[in-house]
Design a protein around this ligand. Structure first.
Ligand code: HEC
Length: 170
């Protein structure tokens, strides 16, 4: 009799465990699903928020047409790459190579002059031209092979990146 009851208890216990486990599995499934949905909503919400934010974040819009936007961004990615190369070359002591990159990628080349002059916004144009001039100054500072002078000039050049990004958007 006792054995039987014991067996029954075990059986009930086992069934309970199975029900409990299935319930946990079922609910965790539901929970995961709702978390996923929530994340979707959060992402959607954030994207929406960003869109609204970028339309009114205090920066001046240049109102660029799509083709020019792509061109500008590609140009910007080349700028950040140039800065990285320059920093790496300074750390290697390859100042001449760094100077060449500063002049050719950040300096006021004919191509950059043309590009800056395409913008209607005068402040943007002036800032762009001043930035490229600072790229040439950086190129000259690098020629001295003086690390402090070079970093000071790079600091000045990067000040233009920061200033322009804080002021303008596409
Ligand atoms: C005269 C203005 C100006 C200067 C100077 C400038 N930028 Fe930009 N940059 C912009 C604008 C405008 C955008 C687009 C920003 C937006 O619409 O949110 C941009 C975007 C970028 C992006 C994003 C690219 C992408 O693919 O999304 C990078 C990276 C960047 N700039 C790097 C730099 C670096 C590095 C420097 C300095 C060495 C620099 N920029 C100097 C105006 C400038």
């Amino acid at each position: 009799m006792m054995k039987g009851i014991k067996f029954t208890f075990k059986g009930v216990h086992r069934i309970r465990t199975i029900i409990l486990l299935s319930t946990i599995l079922l609910f965790s499934g539901v929970a995961f699903d709702s978390i996923a949905k929530d994340n979707g909503n959060v992402t959607e919400h954030r994207m929406h928020h960003n869109k609204m934010h970028s339309a009114d974040d205090g920066r001046i819009s240049l109102g660029l047409p799509p083709a020019m936007k792509q061109h500008q961004l590609a140009n910007m990615r080349a700028h950040v790459e140039a800065v990285r190369s320059i920093v790496g070359l300074i750390s290697e002591g390859s100042f001449d190579k760094a100077s060449h990159i500063a002049h050719s990628k950040l300096g006021l080349t004919e191509e950059m002059k043309k590009m800056c002059n395409m913008f209607e916004n005068k402040d943007f144009k002036d800032l762009g031209l001043a930035f490229h001039k600072s790229g040439d100054t950086l190129g000259e500072a690098l020629k001295t092979k003086d690390i402090t002078k070079s970093l000071d000039a790079l600091h000045t050049t990067m000040g233009y990146c920061v200033q322009c990004h804080a002021t303008f958007r596409q």
